[in-house]
Design a protein around this ligand. Structure first.
Ligand code: PHE
Length: 424
C-alpha cells in the first residue's frame, strides 16, 4: 500500500512540476539539470498532500465507512481533486502524467479505488461503491478525452500560427506600369538632364501674378484670351484670385526668384484650359517647360539645344526649323517644326498619297519657344543687361501622340487598360 501511495504521489508531483515548468519556462534548464528542486518539492508535496492519497490506499472498513452516507463525501473529495488537476493538464506532457495518475492500470487512482474500496467491500456496500466508481470513471474518462482534444487543437493552432509555408506560391500583386504620358516625360527629362538641366516642379494652382503678370502679360493683354482659364471660386474677402495654371511658364518665374544665374531647368507638369474636349483638345494636358539663363546664352545655343533634343527624341534623321511667333515673355519668339518623322518630310505616304500625319506638308508643328524677354528679368530682379537665355514649352500629349501614332488625346485620360497595356 505504501508503494502505491508513493507512486500516486509521484505522478501527481510530476504533473505539478511539469505545470510549474510551463509557467516559468526560463527556469526550465536549471531545474532539469539539477534534481534538487524536484526532491525538495516532493518532500513538501508529501506533507501537504490532502487526505485523498491516504484514503484511497486504505480499505473502507479502515476508514470507518460502512454505508452509502459515509461513502458520498469520500467520492466527492476524489471528484473535486480530479477536477482541480484537470485544469493543470495544459500540454501533452502534463496531460499524460494526469491520465496515468488517474487511469494507470497498476497504480492509477481508479485502480486503487477498485482494489481498496470496491473489492474488499461487503456485498451490500459493493453495489453502492460500484455505482459511484462507474460514475467517477465515466467522468474521468470523458474529461481526460476532452483535455486531450483541447490540447491537440490548441497545439495545432499554435503550430499553424507559428509556421510559414515557404513552399507556397507568393501573392501576386500586379504592379502596373507607367502611363505613356509619364514615360514620355521621363524620356524628355533624361535627354535634358544629360545636358545639364535639372528637373523642378511648381504648383498647379497659381496666382494671376505668376501665371500672367510676371510673364509680361498684364491684366487686359489680349493674349489672355487665348487661355480660357479656370478661376477658383474663393470665399468673399480672400486675398488674391487663384486659377489653375494655363501653362508651366509660371515656374520660370518661381525658379528665377529663388535662384541666381546660371539657371538650367525643365519643369514637367499638368496644365489646364477651358477647352472643349475633342480629338486634339482636353481641359487638362501636360507640358514640359524649359529655361536656360546665363551671362552669355545666344540664339545659337538656343536652336542648337532644341535641335539636339529633337534628334534625340525622334531620331537623327529628322530636321528642325523655326518660324517667327509671338509670346509676351519671349523675344524673339519662335515656333519649332520638325520634319515629318513618318514620311521623311516628303509629305507622301509610304503607299502613295498624302501623308496623314503631316497632311502633306512634310513638317509638323512642335512647340513654342524663344529668347527670354528682358522685361521678364525685371520681375525677378535679374540684371537684363548682364543675362540672357531661352525658354520653351513642349506639349507632351501632342508629342506622345505623334511619336506613338495615337490619334485621340482623350485616351490619355480615360485610363482604359486596353490602351495602357500597349505601353508597358
Ligand atoms: N507657355 C507657352 C504656352 O503654353 C509656351 C512657351 C513656353 C512659349 C516658353 C515660349 C517659351 O503656349
Amino acid at each position: 500500500m505504501v508503494g502505491g501511495e508513493r507512486r500516486i504521489a509521484d505522478a501527481h508531483l510530476r504533473m505539478r512540476v511539469a505545470a510549474d515548468y510551463e509557467r516559468r519556462p526560463l527556469q526550465k534548464a536549471a531545474a532539469t539539470t539539477s534534481e534538487a528542486p524536484q526532491w525538495g518539492l516532493r518532500f513538501v508535496f508529501h506533507f501537504l498532500m490532502n487526505s485523498i492519497e491516504t484514503n484511497i490506499s486504505k480499505k473502507l472498513a479502515e476508514l470507518g465507512v460502512a454505508d452509502a452516507a459515509g461513502l458520498a463525501p469520500l467520492f466527492a473529495e476524489v471528484h473535486a481533486r480530479f477536477d482541480a488537476e484537470a485544469t493543470v493538464a495544459t500540454d501533452e506532457g502534463s496531460w499524460k502524467l494526469f491520465r496515468d495518475a488517474w487511469l494507470g492500470r497498476k497504480a492509477g487512482v481508479l485502480t486503487l479505488i477498485t482494489d481498496n474500496w470496491l473489492k474488499p467491500a461487503s456485498p451490500e456496500l459493493k453495489r453502492v461503491v460500484g455505482a459511484a466508481l462507474n460514475e467517477l470513471r465515466g467522468h474521468v474518462e470523458a474529461k481526460i478525452e476532452e483535455r486531450r482534444v483541447a490540447i491537440e487543437v490548441g497545439a495545432e493552432n499554435a503550430a499553424a500560427r507559428d509556421s510559414v509555408d515557404l513552399s507556397l506560391p507568393g501573392v501576386v500583386r500586379p504592379i502596373g506600369s507607367r502611363h505613356l504620358v509619364r514615360q514620355v516625360f521621363q524620356e524628355i527629362e533624361d535627354i535634358f538632364v544629360s545636358i545639364g538641366f535639372s528637373v523642378v516642379e511648381g504648383p498647379e494652382i497659381e496666382t494671376p501674378y505668376y501665371n500672367f503678370e510676371a510673364l509680361n502679360i498684364p491684366e487686359h493683354h489680349p493674349v489672355r484670351d487665348d487661355m480660357d482659364t479656370f478661376y477658383l471660386e474663393l470665399p468673399k474677402g480672400a486675398g488674391s484670385p487663384l486659377l489653375l495654371r494655363t501653362h508651366t511658364s509660371p515656374v520660370q518665374i518661381r525658379t528665377m526668384e529663388k535662384t541666381q544665374p546660371p539657371v538650367r531647368v525643365i519643369v514637367p507638369g499638368k496644365v489646364y484650359r477651358r477647352d472643349n474636349p475633342d480629338a486634339t483638345h482636353s481641359f487638362a494636358f501636360h507640358q514640359i517647360e524649359g529655361l536656360a539663363v546665363d551671362s552669355d546664352i545666344t540664339f545659337c545655343d538656343f536652336t542648337g539645344t532644341i535641335e539636339y533634343f529633337v534628334t534625340q527624341f525622334f531620331g537623327v534623321g529628322v530636321k528642325t526649323r523655326f518660324r517667327p511667333s509671338y509670346f509676351p515673355f519671349t523675344e524673339p519668339s519662335v515656333e519649332f517644326d520638325v520634319s515629318c518623322p513618318f514620311c521623311g518630310g516628303s509629305g507622301t505616304a509610304a503607299g502613295g498619297g498624302t501623308c496623314a500625319k503631316c497632311k502633306g506638308a512634310g513638317w509638323i508643328e512642335l512647340f513654342g519657344a524663344g529668347m527670354v524677354d528682358p522685361a521678364v528679368y525685371g520681375f525677378v530682379n535679374y540684371d537684363a543687361k548682364k543675362v540672357s537665355g531661352f525658354a520653351f514649352g513642349i506639349g507632351i500629349d501632342r508629342l506622345a501622340m505623334l511619336k506613338y501614332g495615337i490619334d485621340d488625346i482623350q485616351v490619355f485620360f480615360q485610363n482604359d487598360v486596353r490602351f495602357l497595356r500597349q505601353f508597358p
